[in-house]
Design a protein around this ligand. Structure first.
Ligand SMILES: [Zn+2]
Length: 224
């Protein structure tokens, strides 16, 4: 029963899903970092554009105010405005690129988060199935234990003690059927001399396997 508990196929599936979740979570962290980086870059790009635009507006104001009359200064201002316009264009292109990259990165992050959610739902479903299976095994186990308890109550104390001792020493199996001359505990076939001896034993005598010393249970199929 314990073997069945451990070897449930759901356990293996849960292990696989855990590994997939871990991998995907790594990708989620990467994607999320990329989004944060690009958000910071976008903010910086916005500020860069704003800074140059403010400067251009100031120059234009000075130009239109009539305060600058020297032709050389006026020409200088006009040249600077043209240069600032070029700079604004370049910065806005860069800003656009960052925005596009951010949108792409956000899309990837959304995909990973969605896949991760689906994986977790799957994980929960398998875990629920496993818990149901475990519950069934536990119920069978307690049925078997109840049955064993009822049986043990009818077995003489010394025989029960022998059985318990053998069970502890022989990997959980204290008694075995003798079937077709073979002990079903150790799977060894008994030799002719041993079989003859067993066949002559009275019905109420407790027989033991000469090979593994487990209690042998005789049936019509024992081959005696
Ligand atoms: Zn045996």
């Amino acid at each position: 029963m314990n073997h069945r508990r451990v070897s449930l196929p759901e356990n293996a599936r849960i292990g696989e899903l855990d590994a997939e979740v871990a991998t995907l979570d790594g990708r989620r962290i990467e994607a999320s970092t990329r989004v944060s980086d690009l958000e910071r870059e976008q903010k910086q790009a916005d500020q860069d554009v704003e800074l140059v635009k403010t400067r251009r507006a100031r120059n234009e104001e000075r130009l239109n105010s009539g305060a600058v009359t020297n032709p050389k200064d006026l020409e200088g201002l006009q040249h600077e405005i043209v240069a600032l316009d070029r700079r604004i264009g370049t910065l806005e292109d860069a800003e656009l690129e960052v925005m596009e990259a951010l949108e792409e990165a956000q899309g990837r992050l959304d995909e990973v988060v969605k896949a991760l959610e689906e994986l977790r739902v799957q994980h929960d479903e398998v875990a629920a199935r496993r818990d149901t299976a475990l519950g069934e095994i536990d119920a069978e186990l307690s049925d078997a234990e109840a049955g064993r308890g009822a049986l043990a109550a009818r077995v003489p104390d010394d025989l029960l003690a022998l059985y318990e001792k053998l069970r502890a020493n022989q990997g959980g199996v204290g008694a075995a059927l003798l079937r077709a001359k073979r002990c079903e505990g150790c799977r060894l076939e008994l030799n002719g001399a041993d079989l003859r001896e067993l066949s002559q034993a009275p019905d109420d005598e407790v027989l033991r396997c000469p090979e593994c010393s487990r209690i042998l249970v005789r049936t019509s199929e024992s081959g005696l």
